[in-house]
Design a protein around this ligand. Structure first.
Ligand SMILES: NC(=O)c1ccc[n+]([C@@H]2O[C@H](COP(=O)([O-])OP(=O)(O)OC[C@H]3O[C@@H](n4cnc5c(N)ncnc54)[C@H](OP(=O)(O)O)[C@@H]3O)[C@@H](O)[C@H]2O)c1
Length: 280
């Protein structure tokens, strides 16, 4: 599994991680086994959120003997993101996850509390050793500019977690270039379109299958690799089935040629810049 530097954080993080939204829809045992299979195959970057219900409880059980290998990320809901509310939310997540620290803590999306207030809480949590780093999610470029100003400069925001899959490439216009320039990692969420992955009979699906066949891979592995084709990009597919986790993990070692990348780019065009940041 390829690992990369995560923005300004002094840690290497797996390019393919594991999302956990709705992982608790599977049986508890199956969800725990899936996450563990993923850890064993190097998908040690784990994404969760206080919003994801019992997902933090599933992770708590899965991480037992693995905590030190993991890069564990959770998120505060905007409605809780006051100075005191952020601290309380983080402490609740730590209790649910049965751990003493998060590796990164994110504001899930921008809400009514001033960013300076939320970030002051993040800095306090960081100084207390409860979080290693912090960042944002669903931030467009104007939000990112405000965030850097509220943070007091570059080098503090670890990542921006945003929607990114083959049929939704809007972040390539401005968000990815901005993050690259400011040293902020980009974590793409819903890499399979939250259940809308191109089927084998579609034109795009056929291109993915041909490339997959040529590389001894699967179409989903090809997609994950395309989505992490540049430095600074990470992806967090969610699986609740251990075979799916193993399939996703193998993307971490896949190599696509420039010709493969060009074919995917053509089959799933990024489209014009219509402005605005898509999110789900
Ligand atoms: N920051 C945000 O606002 C935000 C928003 C959305 C998502 N996220 C994060 O991003 C993560 C991923 O996004 P997502 O959950 O929306 O959806 P996703 O990862 O795009 O797709 C998940 C779906 O793909 C299936 N799948 C996964 N691997 C597969 C494989 N190898 N073969 C066949 N099917 C496979 C899963 O099935 P099974 O479950 O049956 O394995 C599930 O139905 C979330 O879990 C969450 O952590 C963040």
């Amino acid at each position: 599994m390829e690992q990369r530097k995560f923005g300004p954080v002094e840690r290497l993080v797996s390019v393919i991680g594991q999302g956990t939204w709705q992982i608790d829809d599977a049986t508890h045992a199956s969800a725990v086994a899936t996450l563990r299979r993923g850890f064993d195959l190097g998908m040690t970057h784990i994404d969760t959120a206080e919003m994801y219900g019992d997902a933090e409880l599933v992770i708590a059980e899965a991480l037992a003997a693995h905590r030190d290998e993991l890069f564990l990320v959770s998120k505060v809901l905007p409605g809780n993101a006051s100075r005191q509310g952020t601290i309380a939310a983080c402490e609740r997540s730590l209790r649910r996850l049965r751990t003493d620290r998060l590796d990164c803590y994110l504001l899930h999306w921008r809400g009514r509390y001033p960013l300076a207030e939320t970030f002051a809480a993040f800095k306090q949590l960081q100084s207390e050793g409860k979080i290693l780093s912090w960042g944002v999610s669903n931030f467009d470029v104007d939000d990112l500019e405000d965030a850097v100003a509220a943070a007091g400069g570059d080098g503090q925001i670890a990542c921006n977690q945003v929607l990114y899959h083959l049929q939704e490439r809007a972040i390539e216009h401005a968000v990815i270039p901005w993050c690259e320039q400011h040293g902020v990692a980009v974590v793409g969420y819903s890499p399979f379109g939250h259940g809308g992955f191109p089927g084998p009979r579609t034109a795009g699906g056929k291109v993915l299958q041909e490339i997959a066949d040529a590389r001894g891979a699967t179409p989903r592995q090809v997609a994950l690799r395309f989505l992490t084709r540049q430095a600074g990009l990470f992806t967090i597919p969610k699986a609740s089935n251990a075979e799916h986790a193993a399939d996703n993990a193998a993307a971490g070692d896949l190599e696509l040629t420039p010709d493969d990348i060009a074919r995917i780019d053509k089959a799933f065009p990024r489209g014009a810049n219509r402005g605005g940041l898509p999110m789900i």
